[in-house]
Design a protein around this ligand. Structure first.
Ligand code: ADP
Ligand code: TRP
Length: 338
């Protein structure tokens, strides 16, 4: 599907990722990258740290989150010798390209972009002025994201549904520029939404999300993972009472991680009244630990040897920059008639 294509994934270093992020975003992104590379394509994977400063102003926190996200991707199987792995802020051509794209970004696009609209809605809900607490970084966010994408001649951008609009904006801006200069200065990107990625429920049954405080942590110790799993909502029915597994939250979470035969075992145990809530929570705990334990070791290693990671990121930037430079040159030559 990605034969010879250039795939680009970006991730904001905000919040410590949880099991939902891992299964729903991190693992699939790494997999897609590997797929593209195995079919002769390219995979860019970057940390969107310029995007993060719109919301986070504490340098210590920003640096910590950047380190965490870099180590999480490496620990989860990203291979920096195959994927081009870098930090957005190491590529100075990105803000330069952004400046050119601004001239082709209708303000109306920004008014409609949903990251901005969500903030306005939040303000309205509490009777604050529309633009309260909104900075220009957040407002113009889709143009910077367009530069992230267009700089590398990206064909495909794998995203969650919430980011589709942003990729469409990038495509529209690129289309407007190509039309104006009468040549293909920028490659038109497409978005790709993986439909069969499950939404992992949290311990209270709503979607697992850091904003709901219902997460199963990822790279914390067994005790912290256990505490979260044992807080999953259950009822007071006795073990012997046969239960429909699909009504049981522990089982729903297990679905996103268990192998088919493991899932079958839990399902049958519940239906036959042979497994109680304590049992099934322990089964889920074992599965989560089995899934993350190897990655957790690698994660701890990289976090305590960050100089190695820093070097990988710098290598990645050295590979990415010439491509961004070439794009910038094409744009400047066209725009300024050089
Ligand atoms: P959160 O909801 O915790 O704030 P984000 O909105 O930052 O998470 O999402 C980061 C990425 O993780 C997105 O690609 C999103 O689709 C994915 N993701 C978040 N929560 C889940 C979940 N519960 N199940 C599957 N994927 C998820
Ligand atoms: N906006 C994306 C998010 O919030 C992160 C991002 C920034 C991105 N630039 C990108 C994703 C370019 C894909 C391509 O998740």
């Amino acid at each position: 599907m990605f034969k010879g294509k250039t795939i680009l994934t970006g991730v904001k270093p905000t919040g410590t990722p949880h099991l939902g992020n891992y299964l729903g975003a991190i693992k699939p992104a790494i997999e897609l990258g590997k797929q593209a590379i195995s079919q002769g394509g390219k995979h860019y994977m970057f940390i969107a740290d310029y995007h993060a400063i719109n919301a986070e102003k504490n340098p210590t926190v920003l640096n910590q989150k950047m380190k965490e996200i870099a180590c999480i991707y490496l620990a989860s199987g990203l291979n920096p010798n195959e994927s081009i792995f870098y930090r957005q802020s190491d590529i100075p051509e990105i803000p330069e390209i952004t400046t050119i794209l601004y001239a082709y970004t209708p303000k109306g696009f920004m008014n409609k972009a949903h990251a901005y609209k969500a903030m306005v809605d939040k303000n309205r809900a509490v009777n604050k002025p529309d633009d309260d607490g909104i900075n220009m970084g957040l407002y113009t966010y889709p143009t910077l994201m367009a530069a992230d994408i267009l700089a590398y001649d990206t064909d495909v951008v794998p995203v969650g549904k919430d980011q589709v609009q942003h990729v469409e904006i990038a495509r529209d801006i690129a289309g407007a520029i190509n039309a104006h200069y009468g040549k293909e200065l920028l490659r038109l990107p497409e978005y790709y939404v993986e439909e069969n990625v499950a939404v992992v429920p949290g311990v209270d049954g709503r979607k697992m999300s850091k904003s709901y405080g219902n997460v199963i942590p990822l790279f914390e110790d067994d005790k912290a993972i256990k505490k979260a799993i044992f807080s999953i909502k259950t009822d007071s029915r006795p073990m012997e009472e046969p239960k429909n597994p699909d009504e049981i939250l522990v089982y729903e979470i297990y679905k996103s991680i268990a192998k088919p035969e493991q899932l079958k075992e839990m399902g049958e145990g519940l239906r036959q009244g042979k497994l109680g809530y304590g049992h099934i929570k322990n089964m889920l705990l074992d599965a989560v630990i089995a899934e993350v334990s190897q990655a957790r070791e690698k994660y701890n290693y990289y976090m305590s040897h960050f100089a190695e990671v820093e070097e990988m990121l710098e290598d990645g930037a050295a590979k990415a920059r010439p491509i961004a430079k070439a794009t910038l040159k094409r744009l400047k030559d066209a725009v300024f008639g050089r």
